[in-house]
Design a protein around this ligand. Sequence first.
Ligand SMILES: C[S@@+](CC[C@H](N)C(=O)[O-])C[C@H]1O[C@@H](n2cnc3c(N)ncnc32)[C@H](O)[C@@H]1O
Length: 391
Amino acid sequence: MTEQWQQDICRLTETGGLLQGTLSQLRRKDGDAAPKIIIRPVQLKNGLHYQFEAHFANKVIHNNWLPEDAGPKLVELLDEQYRQALLKTQEADIQLLLSKKGKPTLLRKPPTASAASTEQQHNRQKQRVIAEGQAAPFMVELGIMTPEGKVHAKKQDKFRQINRFLEMVTDVLPQLPQGKPLTIIDFGCGKSYLTFALYHLLAVEQNRDIRIIGLDLKADVITFCSELAHTLGYDKLSFMVGDIADYDGVSEADMVVTLHACDTATDAALAKAVGWGASVIMSVPCCQHELFKQVSSDALAPILSQGLLKERFAAIATDAARGTLLEVLGYKVQMLEFVDPEHTPKNLLIRAVRSESGTQVKKWEQYEQFRNFLQIAPSLEKLLAGRLPAN
Ligand SMILES: C[S@@+](CC[C@H](N)C(=O)[O-])C[C@H]1O[C@@H](n2cnc3c(N)ncnc32)[C@H](O)[C@@H]1O
């Protein structure tokens, strides 16, 4: 028979009256349940849900429930796993204590949450994908945040960079295939800060079915990343030693990320992404030496005769060529400022989203003019030769 407190909880979630809930005091300390669950209302595309945020020692897992299912779920958790609940409503803070035999004690205190403040908190958190004050386990492990969620003073730039990257990813999430597991490859992953962030956003926060593979030439960083993924319990995040150009570990990928992969390693990554028909490409190029040696134009002598200007010009020309080649193949391309240029000159992000528009002949003509004028032979053109219109 359903008890009064159980009916009250179901009514609270069904009516949206529950503003925040916390479950604690595990009945069994030796089980695998999270020591604490925080419940809050979230407005998703398909309406109001309650998000159950389970806090484990080294990870946080989210599950979203419809209001009519959230109440029975909460009751089930209290019946089976937790002995204490703090339920905040607009009228009161209700503390529910359950004895070992399930006998309830209810304490009512004046309310400390209001619908407005809950909404504000939610909106504030929306401004940053990962909010300061809420410890993300991967950030703690990477030494960016304290276990209390405070960002270390020296890591503020990294924190901003991670959030900026996640914002840029969030914008294009609707362009990724829906209703199927996603494969994401990070080429030249290095220490993989942003890969861990991506996994946190998609697999932990959004509960998406994804796998991410990081590839790098360096065995030591791959060992470091593999161990960290294991510590965090990120079981769909794996790392491999290898060269981008030779990588054939997957037959398709939905998103390819390449952040500061050196020189033409970026081109190898872009060519792989195109070959797999990746829906989204996020690429921050780095150390672009190739065109520096090639670019030549009498008309541009005032630029090309100055080493520093030539270097910057060659880098811009490289990215312009890359972007245009992707456009030729039907990608919608945006050049975005990745982080404040004050922090690093390597701050251009190429974001490309695949469209169904097919080969763009006009773009190809533009590209040919550009390439001939500068007398360059970019790697990416060679790598994509079979897919591009004939010269
Ligand atoms: C500057 S680090 C960037 C690391 C990381 N993506 C980041 O943004 O913090 C460049 C990484 O790319 C890797 N790399 C360069 N060329 C590569 C290639 N051809 N195949 C695989 N990894 C490569 C390097 O070993 C290095 O770890």
